[in-house]
Design a binder for this molecule. Structure first.
Ligand code: NI
Length: 185
């Protein structure tokens, strides 16, 4: 997920020479619509991907990133909704066990740069996953973290937030981003 549009720098990001910024795939790239595969073993290769995804998310800057967005079809997301950007949460093979309520939030996405719109989702979710050590975790949450988790888990299922918007808006966003991509070439 993209952070609020007025937030554009993060002082004090720790960059390590072995980490790498990954290229973020932009809508309407068809790779964003593939379903990611479960991670069988949480090993050093996965932890390296976690570190690179975290660095990529902080640099963007964003508050959530799914592996699908960096062209790795694995069920892995990183999230940090803290102001200080010091509370990285890693979810491997995340599953939504239950949800309740309904609320509307403005969402943005690092794969859909510059686009923000209101999306309705369940207010509260219960999520189960593995952490970066392969240990099981379960949490129940609401507010921004619940929005972010649902947005990122959607990515793993090949769904981008603009698909919750009207056909007309989707078409407008698609044309705008294709134009941006052409101009950047
Ligand atoms: Ni996104």
């Amino acid at each position: 997920m993209a952070s609020a549009s007025n937030l554009n720098q993060f002082p004090g990001i720790c960059t390590h020479p072995t980490m790498a910024l990954l290229k973020i795939v932009h809508y309407p790239d068809p790779r964003l619509h593939k379903v990611a595969l479960p991670i069988a073993t949480v090993d050093d290769e996965i932890r390296k991907l976690v570190a690179d995804m975290a660095e990529t998310m902080y640099a963007a800057p964003g508050i959530g990133l799914a592996a699908t967005q960096v062209d790795r079809l694995l069920r892995l997301i990183v999230v940090d909704i803290s102001e200080a950007k010091d509370d990285l949460k890693v979810f491997i093979n995340p599953e939504i066990l239950g949800s309740s309520g309904l609320s509307e939030h403005e969402e943005g996405c690092l794969s859909v740069p510059g686009i923000y719109d209101l999306v309705s989702r369940p207010e509260r979710v219960r999520v189960r996953a593995l952490d970066q050590n392969g240990a099981p975790l379960e949490l129940e949450t609401d507010g921004l973290l619940a929005v972010c988790l649902q947005h990122e888990i959607d990515h793993l299922d090949g769904k981008v937030f603009v698909e919750y918007l009207s056909r007309l808006k989707q078409e407008r966003i698609r044309r705008k981003l294709l134009k941006q991509a052409r101009e950047a070439m």
